[in-house]
Structure formats: C-alpha cells, structure tokens
Write a protein that binds this ligand. Structure first.
Ligand SMILES: Cc1ncc(COP(=O)(O)O)c(C=O)c1O
Length: 387
C-alpha cells in the first residue's frame, strides 16, 4: 500500500531527538527552531516526560470515558493552576481541529445560534466547521462550504462593530487566534480582543480563543489572549499540550453548562494522553518555561531586528516571524540543507520560529550567528552579480 501523498516533505529521516536537537540516519545533528510545527514545548524526549508516559503505559494505557479516569481531574487541576483559569471546565480531545470543532459546536449549543465570526488569514484546522472557519479556500471541500461563517478583516474594529450591528442576534461566537500562526505571525491587538469581549457580552455571543498554536506558554503567557487583560469564554488547546503526544482540549467558562452526550470522543482524555499532558505542565512549572520563553523571545527578536535584509520582525515570546525579501527566498532551504537548522514558513515569504520553550542561550546564539552568515551569503551573491 502506498501512503496518500499529501505532504510536501524534506528528504530527511529523523531517528533520534533530544531537547532542541534531532539527528538523521547518517548521524547529522539539526537544530529544531520549528518545534515540529510548534508542538515541542518542553524539548524533545524530556526525561520526566518519557518517564511519566512509560510509567503510565506499564499501568494502563487506555480505557474509555465510561469509567472514572482520575488523571483527567489531576490534569484539570494542574491546568487550572498553571493557566490561571481554575474556575473553567475542561473537555479533552485529540487535536487542534477537534478542539475548535467542539468549541464552535458548544458556542452554537449554548446560544442556540448558527453564525460564527472568523478572520482573514485565520487557520483553525481541517475538520468540517474548523476548515470552514479557516481562510483558505483551497482546503475547503464542497461539502464543508457553509454560509454560517462570516469572515472579517483581522484587527479591524469598525468591521467587527458593523458586523455585530447587522448580525448580532444570529452570532453564536467569534473565533480568533491570539497570534495568527499559519497566516504568518500576526498579533491580535489588545484593543481588538477587548472589543471582541465587549461585543460578545453585549450580544450574548461566545468568545473563542484559538490557542492551539499561540497558547500553552508559547507567547510567554499561558494564553497569548491574556495580554489583552480579558478572559475568553472558550480556549482551544493542542500542539504544545502533549509535546508530541496527540492531545487537545477546550477550557470552558463556568457559565457554559454541560449536558450528558453533548460532546464526546473515544480517545479524548485517555490515560496516556493525560500522563503526557501532566508531564508537560510539571516541566513548564519546574523549569519556569514561560519566563524563559519571554526572555529568549526578546533576545531573538532584538537580534533579528538588527540583521539587515530581514523585515517586519514580529511576534511574542517564542512565536516569531519575519519577512524575507525576494532575493533571499531560498533562505529557509539553505538553513536546512547547508546549516541543518529547521525553521517554519508561511506563504509567501514569512519565516516562522517556533522552537521549544526550553531553547538554550547557546542554541539561540548558534541560530543567530548562522542566520547572519547565511543572510550575508545572499548579499554577497547580490553584490557579485551587480553590473
Ligand atoms: C491556530 C491553529 N488552530 C488549529 C490548528 C489545527 O490543529 P491540528 O493540526 O492539531 O488539527 C492549527 C494547526 O496548525 C493551528 O495552528
């Protein structure tokens, strides 16, 4: 059987990983400034994480949600403490798309309404409602098309105001990334998030903070939405939550009440996933990874700004983007193939940095020196080619 060929892949096979590094079959070491797509939060194969999952696997790996799983409550308590949202409720699932799917469904159940407001360049996943709320027509199948999603320009207060004035009584929820990831690292302005809060309160709609990529400490705060000083009604989480173990969830404000069978999943909240997610939070706490992400993010962004040629350096914590001019369009490829550094991208010309929150000073320095020298290579070629 062939694999269904949907991923444009690099011809590299990773066989080992540790901290911010991975190794290929030939033993070549790579620096991971991409975090396996913002997933590696505490570092690859962290010893505490490996131990906790191994211990759990030796006890019980899985049983369904038809029995008590005390690890789920342990995770909810820990997550409440670390995120500061201890009065919220937790529903566990398996991926980011599933988290957003449930978040929007819950907003609709709660309000009895159908319309969801989403934003240009937003990405929320590939399942039916999540993909319909994603601003990329190429990945929306005809069956997923719906007029229940209203797309608005990002950070545009007037458009949001106008939309609520016209559609207010029909709007179930507003879904927004605190920092757009796939769309190219665009930070939601504090004033815009505050306005979403106000309008949702005014019109009885649900504010959904998609924190799948920008959450879980990546921005230096647990939720990047926290910078705005307002609470959302639902936070969706995944990626960094399991450091690679597939787990996701939604944090739900106390006023949204559950009903039996309203949401559900076979694998969500299984024993192993809970053990992985608990290990991540324990390491985040014991190694102060949110403070560390702030420090390293400031250092990286400061240094990136001083590299001639890189434009519009932006982001928060260890979620950083910059634009590269056309003459450097192969920069990412060069970094990977010549210098063995993984970075992320967003079309057409954005380089995204999403390393482990435990990125060391030494690895950050190595990255910056290498990047500087690669950028110089492009500039030298450009100078040589000048008539
Ligand atoms: C902001 C955001 N939401 C949702 C998703 C979907 O997550 P998953 O791929 O786990 O379904 C992603 C994935 O990149 C994302 O960046």
């Amino acid at each position: 059987m062939k694999l269904f060929d949907v991923y444009p892949i690099n011809d590299i096979t990773i066989v080992r990983a540790k901290g911010s590094h991975v190794w290929d079959e030939q033993g070549n070491q790579y620096l991971d400034m991409y975090g396996g797509h913002a997933v590696i939060s505490i570092g690859h194969t962290h010893p505490h994480y490996v131990q906790r999952i191994t211990d759990q696997l030796n006890k019980v790996g899985f049983y369904s949600n038809s029995i008590r799983i005390p690890l789920q409550q342990e995770l909810a308590d820990k997550l409440g403490k670390v995120s500061g949202k201890s009065d919220f409720q937790l529903f566990l699932c398996n991926s980011g798309a599933e988290a957003n799917e449930n978040a929007m469904k819950l907003a609709s159940f709660h309000t009895g309404r159908k319309k969801i407001v989403a934003f240009r360049k937003g990405f929320h996943g590939r399942t039916s409602l999540a993909v319909a709320a994603t601003d990329n027509r190429n990945i929306v199948a005809p069956v997923n098309e719906t007029d229940n999603i209203i797309f608005l320009p990002f950070n545009h207060q007037q458009a949001l105001e106008d939309c609520f004035r016209v559609h207010g009584p029909e709007i179930a929820g507003v879904i927004i990334e605190g920092i757009q990831g796939v769309g190219g690292i665009h930070v939601a302005e504090d004033g815009f998030l505050q306005q979403i809060r106000t309008l949702c309160d005014l019109h009885g709609a649900v504010y959904i903070a998609d924190s799948v990529q920008c959450g879980y400490g990546r921005s230096g705060r647990f939720f990047s939405h926290d910078f705005a000083g307002v609470d959302a009604d639902i936070y969706s989480i995944a990626k960094g939550m399991g450091n690679g173990f597939p787990v996701g969830g939604i944090l739900i404000a106390p006023h949204i009440l559950p009903k039996h069978s309203m949401l559900g999943t076979t694998f969500g909240g299984n024993h192993l996933a809970c053990a992985a997610a608990l290990a991540v939070l324990e390491v985040m706490e014991s190694e102060n990874l949110m403070e560390h992400a702030t420090k390293m993010g400031n250092r990286l962004m400061g240094a990136l700004t001083s590299i001639p040629g890189l434009e519009n350096v932006r982001g928060r914590g260890l979620m950083i983007g910059f634009d590269v001019p056309d003459r450097m369009k192969d920069l990412r490829k060069q970094l990977l193939l010549r210098r063995r550094i993984f970075t992320g991208e967003a079309k057409p010309n954005v380089t995204r940095l999403l390393p482990s929150l435990a990125l060391s000073e030494q690895d950050a320095s190595h990255f910056l020196e290498t990047l500087r020298s690669e950028v110089n290579t492009f500039d030298n070629i450009a100078t040589t080619l000048k008539p």
